[in-house]
Each structure stands twice: as structure tokens, then as C-alpha cells.
Design a binder for this molecule. Structure first.
Ligand SMILES: [Zn+2]
Length: 345
């Protein structure tokens, strides 16, 4: 369901807007670096369209805006066993989606949907459609049938043949900027992950993570303060009025506070990215292909082995809510303590 999705909020908003207005594209192309994230989004959309107890409905279109995640249809879709949601993967030895696969899909898409109003066909790695298969598929895309939805997934839109590309609504998933994590933060995260993976699970061990975190933040603050004070006019001019000095001092403090908030958010963002790896291991049973921390693989897998998929997802929610609370609250250490106690590691 959409409310469970932590990342890719702008994609969630786009899809919910389409439901709100009743203008769901009959063919969409999801473009993103992570198959897991794209497939999760397809499941949320399919659940929403088939949910037996949707928590919210659009007044305008009458369509549901999210799914309950608990009913029979929601469960069948999450397990990829729902008859109205078909998944196509490259199957042949050379990892190509064959004409045969597409023919079957088209044939079944002419039948009436089995239980719901919507029938969704998902083509994973759509860039692996061979030319013949793509041409067979093109006709279907050109003649939309009400209630039939096609969703194509790819890492690279440029590899999709233009005639197909032009018939799909493109939905771009945000990538994460690798370069935004500096070496120092990476090194620190390595230690943090090592501590988390090697300590016994339990409350006491969670406290062992607090110290490195508080220490890291103190270091950040110190560096920012030194650097910005050196750049400030306060360090260059002494023969000025008191009121000017006061103003400069105020400006300096504001600049320090704002830079500190920014760097603290970057630290948490790095933790969030690492927790995303752990969640991906739980969802797909393998280390993510687009991991930002391949060097942390051993630790990530160790933690993934003793927490549940639900806990891994909760971890992601905990980081985002902590980031929000930190921005509006001064009791930093207390908030971080609560944060660490909530994490399942
Ligand atoms: Zn449901």
C-alpha cells in the first residue's frame, strides 16, 4: 500500500493524483535504478485498485486512493498470486522477453478480468523486449481497452524502442546522489554498522550506538563553528561598533545552526540509505544491485538475517520521522536515543 512506501514520495503523489482525477494512464513506463522500489510501487497501485476495504476514496473519481494491505486481494497481490496482476520477466536463456510471452499476455488481456475491474500487466526489464515482441506489443498499446493497464519497468528509458516510449506515460523514480555522502561520513557509517552488527540485540547494545552518534555530531558542530568563525567578518575587523559586532555574531550563530542542521540531516540520510540496503535484502532475498554501501554488505546481511521484513520497513519510517522531529525540536540527544531504541538491528 502507498502509505507503507517511504521513498519515492513524488511518485506516490503522482499516482494518487491520477487516481484522484480518474486519469490513470493505460500504459506507464517506470524508470528507476532499483527494481525493488519500482515493483513495490506497482504492488501498491495494484492493491489500491483491487482492495476490498480501501481506507480512502476520491470524491471526484470514486477510485480508491490507497489499499488496506490486509484483505485477500491485497495479500494475493503482495504475494504476486493475484490472477488480475500479471508479471512478465525476461525468461529465455539470453534474458530476453520473447514474442511468445507477449502473445500470451495479449491473448489473456482480451479476456474479462477475473475479479476486479482492472487488469494490470507488468513487464519487468522492458528494455529486454526483443524487436518482434515489441512490435507485437505495440498494437496492444495503440488500442487502449478500458480497465487494462500496462506498466513497463526499466533502468534505462533510452533502451526502450521509441514507438513504445512515445505511447507510455513516463514516471521517473528519484535516484540517490552517491556523491553527497562524503568519505568521512562513509567511514563513520562503517563503524556504526560494524557496532550494530556485532553487538547482541537488546536495549543495552542499542546504547552503544548512541555514543558514536553523539560524538560524530559534536565533531561536526566543532568543525562548522571553527570554519564559519574564521570566515566571519568578526575575525577580520576589530575596530567596529558594538551593535555591528552583535549583528555579526547573531548572523554567525544562525549560519552555524543552519549548516549544522544540514550536516546532521546528511548523516541521518546516510543511515537511511544503509537501512534501505537491509530492507532490500529482506524484500528480494539478495543484496541490492544499486547499493550505496557494497563495503557494508557483510554487516547488512548479518542484520537482515535476524530482523523481519516488517521491522526493516519500520526502520526506514523511523529515520524519516526522526529527521522531521529533529528539525523542530531542540532535545537532540533525547530524540536520537529514542531513535536508536526504536531501530531493529
Ligand atoms: Zn485491501
Amino acid at each position: 500500500m502507498f502509505s507503507d512506501i517511504v521513498h519515492q514520495q513524488s511518485v506516490v503523489r503522482t499516482l494518487q493524483r491520477s487516481l484522484e482525477t480518474g486519469r490513470l494512464a493505460h500504459a506507464s513506463l517506470f524508470v528507476g535504478s532499483s527494481s525493488v522500489e519500482m515493483e513495490e510501487m506497482v504492488i501498491a497501485l495494484a492493491q489500491t485498485l483491487h482492495c476490498e476495504n480501501p481506507p480512502a476514496r476520491s470524491e471526484k473519481s470514486g477510485l480508491p486512493l490507497d489499499a488496506c494491505g490486509k484483505c485477500r486481494n491485497c495479500n494475493l497481490i503482495a504475494e504476486r498470486k493475484h490472477p488480475d496482476v500479471q508479471w512478465i520477466y525476461p525468461e529465455s536463456k539470453i534474458r530476453i522477453i520473447t514474442t511468445e510471452q507477449i502473445r500470451k499476455l495479449i491473448a489473456s488481456s482480451h479476456l474479462k478480468s477475473i475479479s476486479g475491474d482492472y487488469e494490470i500487466s507488468v513487464i519487468c526489464s522492458a528494455d529486454r523486449l526483443n524487436t518482434q515482441a515489441a512490435n507485437a506489443f505495440l498494437k496492444t498499446l495503440e488500442e487502449p481497452v478500458p480497465g487494462k493497464i500496462f506498466i513497463l519497468l526499466t533502468h534505462d528509458a533510452q533502451k526502450i524502442i521509441p514507438t513504445i516510449l512515445s505511447r507510455c506515460r513516463r514516471i521517473i523514480f528519484e535516484g540517490i546522489n552517491r556523491s553527497s555522502i562524503d568519505t568521512e561520513t562513509r567511514n563513520w557509517l562503517w563503524l556504526f554498522a560494524q557496532t550494530a552488527a556485532s553487538s547482541e540485540s537488546g536495549l543495552l547494545s542499542r546504547y552503544t550506538l548512541l555514543a558514536p552518534m553523539v560524538e560524530k555530531l559534536a565533531g561536526l558542530k566543532q568543525n562548522i563553528e571553527t570554519e564559519l568563525r574564521n570566515e566571519s567578518p568578526l575575525s577580520k575587523y576589530t575596530d567596529v561598533e558594538n551593535s555591528t559586532i552583535e549583528r555579526w555574531e547573531k548572523e554567525l550563530q544562525a549560519a552555524i545552526a543552519s549548516e549544522y542542521r544540514k550536516q546532521r540531516a546528511e548523516m541521518l540520510a546516510a543511515i537511511e540509505l544503509w537501512l534501505r540496503d537491509i530492507w532490500m535484502i529482506k524484500v528480494s532475498n539478495q543484496f541490492p544491485e544499486d547499493s550505496y554501501f557494497p563495503d557494508l554488505k557483510a554487516y547488512s546481511e548479518m542484520i537482515a538475517s535476524h530482523i523481519s521484513e516488517k521491522q526493516a520497513r519500520e526502520n526506514l519510517k523511523t529515520v524519516s520521522s526522526t529527521m522531521k522531529i529533529l528539525d523542530s525540536n531542540v532535545q537532540e540527544e533525547l530524540i536520537l536515543e529514542v531513535f536508536l531504541l526504536k531501530l531493529a538491528l
